[in-house]
Ligand binder design. Structure first.
Ligand SMILES: [Zn+2]
Length: 188
C-alpha cells in the first residue's frame, strides 16, 4: 500500500527538488523558479463538483449544449476557442464517478468511443497528436479530455500541451467553429 499522506508529507516537505526545467524544450516558462512549499494533508479528500450526482451540472445539461450525443455518450466542446486547435470532453450520459465503476458493456463501448473520437480529431488535419486524458479531480461526472496539439512544433509535445493551451493565443473563432463542425460531421 502506498504511504500515508502524512508520511509522504513528513518525508518530502524539506526535500523538494527543482528539476532542470531550463533544459526541457517543452517547458512553457522561463526565468528563476523554485518549487512551491508543500502543504500538509487535509483530513479528507476535497469534494468534487456533482458528487453522487447531487447538483451535477453535467447530468442537468440538455443535449443541445453538446457538440455530439448518442444514447450513452455526450461530447462537449468549450464555449470559446482555446490555445490548442481543439479541446473536447467525452462524458457518460449517466452519472458515473470513476472508469472502474463502469459496467463492462459500457466500459467496452468507451474504448470504441475513445478510438473514434481520437481518429476523427486527427482526421481534421495539421494535428500532431490527440492526447486522451482522464483526471477527474474537478467534477465527479466521468469525463475524458481530448487535447489536440498542433503538428510540427516540437515545443508543444507531451503533457505540457495542457499548459501551452493557456499560453498560446486562442485559435481564430471562424477556424475553430469550422473544425468543430467538421468533427461533429465526422462522428455522424
Ligand atoms: Zn452527473
Amino acid at each position: 500500500m502506498p504511504e500515508l499522506p502524512e508520511e509522504l508529507y513528513a518525508r518530502a516537505k524539506d526535500a523538494l527538488r527543482m528539476p532542470p526545467v531550463e533544459d526541457w524544450e517543452t517547458f512553457p516558462f522561463d526565468g528563476e523558479m523554485r518549487p512551491r512549499a508543500l502543504r500538509p494533508p487535509e483530513d479528507r479528500e476535497r469534494p468534487r463538483f456533482g458528487e453522487g450526482g447531487v447538483d451535477c451540472h453535467r447530468c442537468a445539461a440538455p443535449d443541445d449544449e453538446y457538440l455530439w450525443v448518442n444514447e450513452r455518450w455526450r461530447l462537449w466542446a468549450f464555449p470559446e476557442p482555446t490555445g490548442l486547435p481543439l479541446i473536447v470532453l467525452l462524458e457518460s450520459r449517466e452519472h458515473y464517478a470513476e472508469p472502474g465503476d463502469l459496467p463492462d458493456e459500457l466500459a467496452a463501448d468507451l474504448g470504441v468511443m475513445l478510438a473514434r473520437i481520437e481518429g476523427a480529431i486527427r482526421g481534421l488535419g495539421n494535428i500532431g497528436r490527440v492526447h486522451v486524458c482522464r483526471w477527474g479531480d474537478g467534477g465527479e461526472h466521468l469525463h475524458w479530455w481530448f487535447l489536440a496539439r498542433p503538428a510540427r512544433i516540437p515545443q508543444l509535445i507531451g503533457s505540457f500541451a495542457a499548459i501551452w493551451d493557456d499560453v498560446l493565443p486562442p485559435v481564430p473563432e471562424e477556424q475553430w467553429r469550422a473544425d468543430l463542425a467538421a468533427l461533429a460531421a465526422a462522428l455522424g
